[in-house]
Write a protein that binds this ligand. Structure first.
Ligand code: 5GP
Ligand code: MG
Length: 184
């Protein structure tokens, strides 16, 4: 285990098993629809790569780059849609994929942006982790991997100051590693 990790919450095996289930649910629920899986960069990349291979129906993929700014481990509510797909999403069922649903601001901003796109047939949401205790906006995801308590987690794509994304498991970051003034 990495020395900055206090404890492992979800092992590689547990994540793999759950992602396989999520992929099967998406396959079953959305088959026959024209589906685009939309990854929110950067945090969802590893989850996304595994999830898309767990979906066995025909899908397309696209990417959006979204940042929420704040101090350390707390987002302050400004969501910046830096890059958004310019492909025509008309008639598509867009499944927004993110690493973690925390305050809900990020997902809400992306969903709202997609709904402004008149032609989008349906918007679904899929997150690996749901930290419900911290919700500011009343919003749930259609597909949730795991519920997590109000602790700051890293690994499997999740970062702190852009580090730890490459840990293969999800763990709680030691509190004394929160130092510095980086945005989360
Ligand atoms: P929200 O907009 O829902 O507050 O936050 C979504 C984003 O905040 C996530 O995509 C993620 O980048 C970041 N975030 C929220 N909680 C955590 C956490 O426990 N660990 C990490 N690494 N990022 C988090
Ligand atoms: Mg982040």
């Amino acid at each position: 285990m990495h020395r900055d990790i206090e404890r492992v919450l979800f092992s590689e095996d547990a994540i793999r098993a759950r992602v396989t289930e999520l992929g099967a649910s998406i396959t079953e629920d959305l088959s026959g629809q024209d589906v685009v899986l939309l990854a929110l960069l950067k945090g969802s990349v590893i989850f996304f790569a595994d999830l898309m291979r767990s979906v066995s129906s025909q899908i397309r993929v696209d990417f959006a780059w979204v940042s929420s700014y704040g101090d350390r481990t707390e987002s302050r509510g400004t969501v910046d849609l830096k890059v958004f797909p310019d492909e025509d999403l008309g008639g598509k069922t867009v499944v927004v994929v993110d690493d973690i649903l925390d305050t809900g601001r990020t997902l809400a901003a992306v969903v709202e942006r997609l709904r402004q796109d008149q032609g989008v047939a349906a918007v679904k949401t899929c997150v690996l982790l749901d930290k419900a205790a911290r919700r500011v906006i009343d919003l749930g995801a259609d597909y949730v991997g795991f519920e997590v308590d109000d602790v700051f987690v890293v690994g499997y794509g999740l970062d702190h100051a852009d580090r730890y994304r490459n840990l293969p498991y999800i763990g709680v970051l030691k509190a004394d590693c929160y130092g510095g003034d980086e945005a989360s």
